[in-house]
Design a binder for this molecule. Sequence first.
Ligand code: ZN
Length: 579
Amino acid sequence: MRNLGSKPLALLFLSTCLVVLTGCPARRESKEAPQANAPLQRAPSFGQIRFGGDYGTHFAAATAHLLTWTDLYTLDSFVAATAGRPGSLWWDWPGDQIGRWLSLVHVVQGYGWSDQAWPPRVLADAVLPLQTEDGNFGPPGSAAVADVRMLSGNAFALRGLMDGFEDTKDVRFLEAARRLGRYFEKIAPVWETKKDGHLHEFYGHCIDGFVALYEQAGDRWALEAAERIGAHAGRTPHTHHSLSLMRGLVDLARVTGKREYLDRVEDYMAWCRENRTVTGGLPEAMPASEQDEGCGLADWIVVNMMMGQATGQTRYFDDAEHTLVNHFFFNQFHTGGFGHLSFGQEVIGGKRWQGWEGRFGSENPGCCSIWGAWALGQAGRLVVTESDDAVFVNLYPQADIVLPEKGVRLEITGDFPRLNEVRIRLESAEPRHLTLALRVPAWAETAQVKCDGEPVDSSVTGGRVLLSRTWKGESDVEIEFKSGLRLVPWPAQKPLGVGVFDGPLCLGLPASAGDVDLPWAVVVDSSGRPSLDAQGRPRIVDPSGRLLAGLVPVSADWLIPDAKDPIRRRILFGTKRTP
Ligand SMILES: [Zn+2]
């Protein structure tokens, strides 16, 4: 039994939802997935959610790292990076740092973090005067320069300016975004079919900023520009920029109601799925490269969460969870930041990129560390989504979530990320009929659900167990996800070996335990199942016959301080039958 006692944060929410324990009311199960395929489920605002546990630790580490690094992200660095002159990381991508930062501040302030580290209005005073006559950020006269770094940096700036406007309602942000948007609109003909007939991804990720201009300020010209540009989106190589472009297409589908934009996103995601590792990692450039990128992984998780929200399909949440708890947590360094690790289908980890004379090791605080924190906040917002009569629980990190429209509060606890068991305390001050739609992860063999200790119908409809009833007071829903060790041939199309999974967690052999360049094999019994040692751990064997039971979750050791020389891990294995 887990301690479900109130925590200080929970008290904030409890004041409006003080309830009497009444137990689960009479059961009225429904086989229908209520609006599970509705076009859009609503997301809570950031401020309705508080994370604890493992997710909260990853998010807090990522965020505190940035907000306290005040000798790196100085005001001078924002000025240099916006003007496109030396004096910051990635100064040659004008607008990138300010854009990402404003988007980050939008998220973390939404979750209740302090805005002391460069509040948006202070940044506006410093950098908005640097906007050129042509509307872009960068050196004067740079608008006509055909440099894709100029496009990408300014595209992040466009979205960031709109996030700044949403937060502050300071019209300077809106006016700057409009001028920047007009710059992008003007140069669109040069870039919309520039990449093998497709929209150039360094340009195309301005779409989400255009959609924000339309949604927040009613600028129809911006929506029309986004639609014209979006019509050319395709399979372009840079993973991070392409997936940032895809976020814009999901936004575009939301505001236009046009399914075709989601089809384009799905096509890009299908390509990503073909080329990811068994840990859910993606190469920095599609379809293959020697390193990953924290930014690309961040966008992959967020796009999956957005697609799950847009389509109601649980497969996207499955993929988001898979990458999150394996490759993304693996990519996070002990500093809290993200970056570039060596990448391959059989072995991941090890030094890659190490720019700026190796000052930050393999961490990339110029973009990945900012985007990783941003993504944990953006993805976290979609842990729970709503329709008029249902609450969809999509991921199961420890969290407190208030849903004021429904008058309910959810407290999720459990052993995330392993997820043997989860408990959701649902509190409703007034009787409220709604369906709690619990996602059953694809890796779970079965899900057994109890409500206040009583087993309930745990049949799965549309990837979910549905509890449809009138809730009153305080109810404890317990979910047990059953899954043992399993072997997953990978890559699926043409396996090079098997990945070893314990529930959602991909196990790997760290270089500290054995030579990862050797073709290790998992020892299996006559039926092909992993042979376990006395502690229940899978055994592996190297070509010389040396036996080990040294597999651990690939994301388990993220707090080891190895950013300068990241540890490598073998993630694919052969199989060897015991005689
Ligand atoms: Zn990056």
